[in-house]
Design a protein around this ligand. Sequence first.
Ligand code: ZN
Length: 126
Amino acid sequence: MKEAQIQKLDRLLATMEQTLSARLTGEIMQQTQEGLRQVSSDDGDSAVLAEALEVASMLGVNDAKTLEAVRKARKKIKDGIFGICEMSLHAGGKGHAISQDRLQVIPQAENCIDCQKKAEVRVAKS
Ligand SMILES: [Zn+2]
């Protein structure tokens, strides 16, 4: 992949990182406050708070996972190994590249589309 393209994706990843961390803290705070407000008006129904916290953590999980992947991708750019399919590396050898089309849509992608599909089939079966 060309240096200029990697830099473009790096900028995109940087923005994603900022947005996700902001959203992650914001969402959880908001949900928790909502929960607390309901608890106090319901004269202390702790089930509401428990539910609100559960929702907050569910909302947070996907963002947190994405954020982790985004940070990993940025590290790979620094290490000069960005765009190489991780599963193919684990399989041994030099590995193969993730297609540029895929990286433009999901710059934080860890695997190429073929390996990703295989991984998803495996998860579905287990
Ligand atoms: Zn692959």
